[in-house]
Write a new protein. Sequence first.
Length: 204
Amino acid sequence: MSPSPSVQENQQSELYHQLQIVNHELKYLATSDSLTGIANRRYFDEYLQSQWDQLSQEQAPLSVIICDLDVFKPYNDTYGHLAGDQALREVAQAICKAMRYPTDLVARYGGEEFAIILPKTGIDEAILIAQNIQTQIKKLKIIHSGSSVGYYMTCSLGIGMVIPSKKINYKQLIEIADQGLYQAKAQGRNQYVVSSLSHSMSLN
């Protein structure tokens, strides 16, 4: 005797629900960093591209911040990789606390480097967020005796902002922020630098 239509419908509904859960989990695994739980670099690139396309039509600003933990290798050497992993998890959550809107995205960009996408955000607001990131990381009070910068773990940040257009692409925005990060490190770390296509200016 075959199952009644209502039983079959319930079975199909349950199977569909289970497939939805599996698909959601697979998507999460594909787009998130396994250590910190935040977005991974792959999703960062996808999201930045989508925001770039949208904001180029709206002619609205788009900012990117790249954040690098200062002298992190000596931290791993001193305290071990397990402590290093825990520090990365705590820093990831601290950076997330500095965000304002659901459209802001925090991603682990690689190693001890994090990248933040801030749609519809001008340079002044991006600076405030960078300052807040520094504050949130300082609040963690992660002792770093091997640091040449300070007693606690600190970070350097590069900030880039453009109004997306067809004349440039989203990869150039990353390069702008990366240039700022490079200068922040060269100038002694534990600071942020605002960079642009034509010039850079240092802000402490």
